[in-house]
Write a protein that binds this ligand. Structure first.
Ligand SMILES: O=C(O)CCC(=O)C(=O)O
Ligand SMILES: [Fe+2]
Length: 473
């Protein structure tokens, strides 16, 4: 399992061009209408509380837009509360995630992805439709969707075209609200009703189609240099190698720290690869807890997707239906090499140890890539969603740290107080398997500005920490 006991709200498949941050999906079909805003969650519309702060998270789109949103709200234990300020014209609207509600009125969470796909492809001309939008617990509204057009095709750009062609949305407040700060849907309608769903959806699609990029945009890299330059200045020095030997150590049986193990050159290559994959389909997104709180990191899974909702590994992720991208071969080789070196280290330290038990070898087919901004963290958890066999054998988790340093906690049970701590720096590798396979571990803090300057300059990595954990299912 990784980190969560919760399930996040179900999400639906949408066109791959759609942003992972904010999506609007309006469509009617087979006698049903859906409205979904945000990361697959449903949202209520509330006037922005003037006291609330809408600070943009890292990776939020820059600049203003006709319709945009930013993260806001307080922290939860491991995440930030899932709420956003959305600007519709000049009206700030507080969007509040409402987990646990199925996207589709008539479907159970477990079936939504598939159902939505079906719906889009088999749309009928029935209209108008009525449907209850299941919003925040205190806000339940009904929405009428009037369809004026007979278009039934899914356009080449997916849902957007579909909406463009056939629907005009008429939002009417037919329900009740107990929230004083709720703006009436009519008001919303007044502000957006002059436009139809087409422009509403289109503006969101256009504005939010920017994926999370672990590297800064060029204009923000003051001294960014392309890294087609010679490798020499990135090569690990002899001194550094000695440092590896000096500081690498067995943290506890089955748990090894390889200090400064990944060379600068390799780190740059890993960043580049992760960036390239991370901005494409199946790339980084910010996962949510069941209660709507978001994890304080961006995540993407390679090989197989790990779903924080089900805590299962699947080929495709439910958040958007994308298949997990492959693990680059060079990553796999680096992992195998690290395990081999860790075994050697264990052997050196304790000639009597049973290596197979201490650190079994493994061939990774899963890589979970996390990017923590400088405020990122991850609560103590066990990695125990891999196959029973893998866990039984104690096949190790291999974790690469790149970028800013972070404090890594570990212990036998889930209580951060009194946990052992180690500072993981750029290039460090932690391996835990065998007896330590089920160790609780987490990240308590990221140290700002601690990444090696050369790494930042050459890769353009944004402030924060990139972590890759490899496992064998
Ligand atoms: O970031 C880290 O070092 C730990 C990541 C982790 O534990 C996980 O992804 O399961
Ligand atoms: Fe973990």
């Amino acid at each position: 399992m990784r980190r969560l006991d919760h399930a996040i709200p179900c999400r639906s498949r949408v066109a791959e061009t759609v942003s992972r941050q904010v999506r609007v999906l309006l469509f009617c079909s087979m006698g049903k209408m859906k409205m979904s805003l945000g990361d697959g969650d449903e949202w209520s519309w509330r006037r922005k509380d003037p006291s609330s702060r809408g600070d943009s998270g890292v990776g939020a789109d820059e600049g203003s837009s006709e319709l945009s949103s930013t993260s806001a709200g307080g922290d939860t234990r491991y995440g930030e509360h899932n709420s956003r300020i959305m600007m519709i014209g000049d009206i700030p609207v507080h969007l509040e995630a409402t987990p646990n509600y199925p996207l589709n009125c008539n479907e159970s969470p477990g079936t939504q992805g598939a159902a939505q796909e079906r719906d889009i492809g088999t749309d009928s001309q029935k209209s108008p439709k009525h449907c209850e939008i299941r919003a925040a617990p205190e806000v339940v509204r009904k929405v009428e969707l009037a369809s004026y057009d007979t278009g039934t095709h899914r356009g080449s750009d997916g849902v957007v075209n579909f909406i463009k062609r056939r629907t005009r949305v008429d939002l009417r407040n037919q329900g009740t609200t107990r929230s004083d700060s709720s703006i009436k849907v009519e008001k919303l309608h007044t502000s957006i009703g002059l436009k139809d769903a087409r422009s509403l959806s289109a503006s969101i699609f256009v504005n939010k189609a920017k994926p999370f990029d672990i590297c800064l945009p060029r204009r923000r890299r003051l001294d960014f240099a392309e890294t087609s330059d010679p490798v020499e200045d990135c090569e690990q020095t002899h001194e550094a190698v000695q440092l590896v030997e000096q500081e690498s150590r067995v943290l506890r049986p089955g748990m090894v720290l390889l200090k400064n193990y990944v060379t600068l050159r390799e780190q740059i290559d890993i960043i580049r690869k992760c960036r390239e994959i991370g901005i494409g389909p199946g790339g980084f997104y910010q996962p949510c807890y069941q209660d709507g709180a978001k994890l304080r990191l961006q995540m993407m899974c390679l090989g197989l997707d790990w779903d924080p909702n089900t805590r299962k590994y699947e080929r495709q992720r439910r958040v958007d239906g994308c298949s997990a991208p492959d693990i680059p071969n060079e990553f796999i080789l680096a992992v195998k090499r690290a395990i081999g070196d860790a075994k050697d280290l264990v052997k050196k330290g304790d000639r009597r140890s049973n290596l197979r038990n201490d650190l079994p070898t493994m061939s990774p087919n899963i890589c979970i890539v996390n990017f923590y901004t400088t405020t990122g963290r991850l609560g103590l958890h066990q990695d125990r969603d891999e196959s029973r066999e893998s866990l039984r054998k104690g096949l190790p988790v291999v974790s690469f740290s790149i970028g800013d340093s972070a404090e890594f906690l570990f212990r036998d049970y889930r209580d951060a107080d009194g946990a052992e701590r180690v500072m993981l720096e750029s290039g460090d590798v932690v391996i835990f398997g065998g007896e330590s396979r089920m160790v609780f571990h987490g990240i308590s803090s990221v140290v700002p500005n601690s990444a090696p300057k050369a790494l930042v300059d050459k890769s353009g990595l944004r402030p924060g920490r990139l972590n890759l954990t490899f496992r064998q299912f």
